[in-house]
Design a protein around this ligand. Structure first.
Ligand code: FAD
Length: 569
């Protein structure tokens, strides 16, 4: 988008359905996935052939408390952004009061709202953000920056006990790539841009930022920076802290800028402090990001290992080798089983032939002693670059996989994975219709601890399920490889009894997993931020004194607690 193009109006900015993930007219379908019904029955005790889903949530049936924003403040905010860009409608206030964590989805559907934001304001420039912040301070408002609202850490939700008016500042109108320095490979980008719009603007000029979190379609650059996000291609492009080189942050007392230079020694890193600050240090208005030429060739290749331990050895060997894949990912046995259950029934002749080939391959692997139902682990590695580089790296990885007991499946399954990677979030809403939670916990683990963390998390989760006498399905993948370790990303599905006990049942399982991370030297989260959800473990993670230091910085920066108070520490 060029500087001259008109900005979208508030109501044109991309937004989730108020009660769930993503687009209104998109939902998860299982009728074309024959292995999904038996999996749901055996793993979580839901018989989809018999069970009926609950009705779709209806906002008209819920009571939405009126806004408490004083008329005078409304007038002042509208004078800054224009009447159309200050929105007080119920649906907008409900949507902006929750992120997209499981507890958020429970609360947003249940109604009985304790505290909603009072208004949503959509600035169109950094100058407008500055004026809004000044009004917030003068009028003692609470201001919550908002990107795509995709956080799963409680980071955009007002404190239920907050008595002051709460205003959400939706950044979605600030969606432009301002300029690209083609020599340095740096792009200045407004912070409210959503993933697809950012990549479209970059790719039409031959560039990419390479950051693709699973939430890509409904999250923004500013949100990524404010939560220290990590995308699935971080092996090559880095986590967001490697990509964002410079920042502009609007603070109630002015604008802070960190320069976009390749290295710096200006004392403790202010730049790093802002990354992950979840709106507590100000509003990120612009990021200067590292961009790369779109690679001429991109291929995702699938591999299979007989079990997790072989797979991890292979992944570690790839991380230590001379190849630099765009991503490396290893699903454990249960996740492989889940992935196979998500495969659509073949309809074309080509698809039917491919399914037959797969059956034959699995039969052969069984004859070689592989457990193809629960143990074998699928892996994906993405290669980018010139044709020669891709071919060379594929050959090296193929050898590494073979040396570690695995086989190469090829580009077919890899391409399917690549096409479907943003569809999974819709599954959570579908499952909730049947009173089943599907959620995730992620952590970082060193190569020396990774197998131990993997197995103890499973033990802890299944012990918790036995204690409550209910089924539970857990699976995991390893992604985001580093020299010293990788991210473990656990997904779990548990049925729940009733809406009244839902959150208690959820936290019973989730907290057990989080606590296990802490007891095994891992971190509270690899890339899902702290907010309020992970706050109970922050002192264990960074020490009590460390948390005190961060608390002190926030208090000094924002003595009136106007900037997204209560988040992180
Ligand atoms: P929001 O949710 O709107 O805000 C998050 C926090 O950032 C809040 O504290 C908010 O106040 C603050 N904030 C937002 N914009 C600004 C700004 N301009 N200035 C200052 N503060 C701001 N995360 C990953 O990293 N990788 C993943 O692969 C991933 N997958 C996910 C999949 C699903 C299904 C879901 C629901 C979430 C996933 N997440 C993932 C979590 C989430 O998408 C990230 O935390 C993301 O970075 C949030 O971006 P957002 O624009 O939606 O921010």
């Amino acid at each position: 988008m060029s500087e001259g193009t008109a900005r979208p109006a508030a109501r044109e900015v991309r937004r989730h359905k108020w009660w769930g993930w993503g687009q209104d007219d998109v939902s998860f379908r299982y009728d074309n996935k024959p292995a999904f019904v038996p999996l749901a029955r055996t793993k979580i005790g839901i018989d989809l052939e018999v069970a009926q889903p609950g009705p779709e949530p209806d906002l008209a049936r819920l009571e939405v408390p009126a806004t408490t924003l004083p008329e005078e403040v409304r007038g002042r905010l509208a004078a800054v952004v224009g009447e159309d860009n200050l929105v007080l409608e119920d649906e907008f206030r409900v949507l902006h009061s929750f992120g997209r964590s499981l507890p958020d989805l429970v609360r947003v559907r249940a109604g009985g709202y304790e505290r909603l934001v009072d208004a949503v304001v959509y600035p169109g420039s950094e100058a407008e953000i500055e004026q809004i912040l000044r009004i917030a301070l003068e009028q003692d408002l609470v201001l919550i920056p908002y990107g795509g609202g995709s956080c799963i850490s409680g980071s955009v939700t007002p404190d239920p006990a907050e008595t002051r008016p709460v205003v959400t500042l939706n950044m979605g109108r600030m969606d432009r790539v301002v300029e690209i320095d083609e020599t340095a490979g740096l792009a200045r980008v407004e912070a409210g841009v959503y993933g697809p719009d950012l990549e479209e603007q970059l790719q039409e000029r031959g560039w990419t930022m390479g950051h693709f979190p699973d939430s890509f379609t409904y999250s923004t650059l500013g949100g990524w920076a404010a939560t220290r996000s990590s995308g699935m291609q971080s092996d090559k492009y880095g986590d967001i802290e490697d990509i964002v080189r410079g920042l502009r942050v609007v603070h109630p007392r002015g604008v802070i800028e960190t320069k976009a230079i390749p290295g710096r020694d200006s004392g403790p890193s202010l730049h790093e402090l802002v990354l992950g600050s979840e709106g507590r240090l100000g509003v990120i208005s612009e990021c200067t990001v590292q961009v790369h030429r779109v690679a001429p060739v991109r291929q995702v290749i699938a591999y299979m290992y007989p079990d997790w331990e072989h797979g991890i050895r292979g992944m570690h060997a790839i991380a230590r080798s001379e190849v630099k894949p765009t991503f490396t990912r290893l699903s454990d046995g249960p996740e492989t089983e889940f992935s196979l259950a998500m495969v659509k029934a073949p309809t074309s002749t080509k698809g039917k032939v491919a399914a037959k080939v797969q059956d034959g391959l699995f039969a052969y692997l069984r004859s070689q002693g592989w457990d193809t139902s629960e143990e074998m682990c699928i892996s994906y590695v993405c290669f980018e670059g010139t044709k020669e580089r891709v071919e060379r790296e594929k050959a090296i990885v193929k050898k590494i996989v073979k040396r570690n007991g695995g086989i190469t499946l090829g580009a077919g399954p890899g391409a399917i994975y690549d096409q479907k990677k943003f569809d999974t979030p819709y599954l959570r809403d579908f499952l909730m219709g049947y009173r089943v939670f599907g959620d995730v916990c992620d952590t970082g683990a060193s190569w020396s601890m990774i197998n131990e963390v993997h197995s103890t998390v499973y033990d802890a989760f299944h012990a918790q399920r036995r204690e409550v006498g209910k089924p539970g399905f857990m699976f995991c993948h390893m992604s985001h490889s580093y020299h010293g370790g990788a991210c473990l990303y656990f997904t779990f599905a548990i049925p729940y009894e009733s809406e009244e006990t839902a959150l208690e049942e959820y936290y019973g399982a989730k907290n057990r997993v989080q606590q296990t991370f802490m007891e095994h030297g891992s971190t509270v989260s690899h890339h899902h931020a702290v907010g309020t959800e992970h706050q109970p473990w922050i002192e264990e993670d960074i020490t009590e004194l460390g948390a005190e230091v961060i608390r002190g910085i926030f208090a000094q920066n924002d003595p009136g607690r106007n900037l997204n108070p209560g988040k992180i520490v």
